[in-house]
Write a protein that binds this ligand. Structure first.
Ligand SMILES: NC(=O)c1ccc[n+]([C@@H]2O[C@H](COP(=O)([O-])OP(=O)(O)OC[C@H]3O[C@@H](n4cnc5c(N)ncnc54)[C@H](O)[C@@H]3O)[C@@H](O)[C@H]2O)c1
Length: 228
């Protein structure tokens, strides 16, 4: 059975990806700082080098192979620039960007042996911004670039692609009718929408795709907006 490791799998997009891959016949390892509901749960801080090394060593021993790695764990700290401490900046970069470097570096031998696939979860905020989102935007822009760098270094054995979601309703109040209608697709996204794309990118039908970014946002980044 192919093995997939999903980070940030306790809730939201990561939990939906874990459930989708399990339903597609994958053996799932689910890593989060909190307990995950699907697969073999592992408590791991993806920003911590020793924690990531232990996670991959555990997979080598328990599952013996790794066919897909989905780097999904992420945080956002939104604060005016003057109030954002270096520690906060570093924690966003560490969780959202450096974690992917740590995970792929540790998992490279297993991924190469399996002719595996990596999917990074960035954001449309890699390309567009609201005020006071510097750390998050920089981390996600870095992930888009890290994705193509890894695709060139790890090919042809390992494919590496990036998924950039727009608004996906995973937490907070339910979107209003107006917020749904703002989207050219007619609605805000769901975690299952993202999980379906990830399942395609780690599956056999995407074998010719590597180094690419896939925006999944209901069309919002293609919508031209002028002031009234
Ligand atoms: N929801 C959206 O609208 C949206 C849009 C664009 C991108 N994204 C990205 O998708 C990913 C998932 O988003 P979500 O909405 O499901 O988030 P979420 O906050 O619901 O879940 C994130 C998960 O990551 C885990 N996590 C955070 N830091 C961690 C760490 N250091 N080590 C291990 N686990 C850690 C959390 O415990 C949590 O379970 C994130 O990378 C996020 O930036 C989300």
């Amino acid at each position: 059975m192919p093995v997939a490791l999903i980070t940030g799998s306790a809730r939201g997009i990561g939990a939906a990806v874990a459930a989708r891959l399990r339903d597609n016949g994958w053996d799932v390892v689910a890593a989060d700082r909190d307990p995950s509901p699907v697969g073999r749960p592992v408590i791991c801080d993806v920003a911590d080098e020793a924690s990531v090394v232990a996670l991959i060593a555990g997979i080598r021993i328990s599952e013996g192979r790794l066919d897909a790695l989905i780097c999904n764990a992420g945080i956002n700290i939104r604060k005016p620039l003057a109030d954002l401490s270096l520690a906060e900046w570093s924690s966003v970069l560490g969780t959202n960007l450096t974690s992917t470097f740590l995970l792929v570096r540790a998992a490279e031998p297993l991924l190469r042996a399996a002719n595996g696939a990596v999917v990074t979860i960035a954001s449309t905020r890699a390309h567009m911004s609201e005020p006071y989102t510097e750390a998050y935007a920089a981390s996600k822009g870095g992930l888009v670039a890290l994705t193509h760098a890894l695709a060139i270094s790890l090919g042809p054995e390992v494919r590496v692609n990036c998924v950039s979601p727009g608004w996906i309703a995973t937490k907070g109040p339910a979107p209003s009718a107006m917020e749904h209608a703002f989207h050219p697709a007619g609605r805000v996204g769901t975690a299952e929408d993202v999980a379906a794309l990830v399942a395609f990118l780690v599956g056999p039908d995407s074998r010719f795709i590597t180094g690419s970014e896939f925006v999944i946002d209901g069309g919002v980044t293609r919508k031209m907006i002028y002031p009234d």
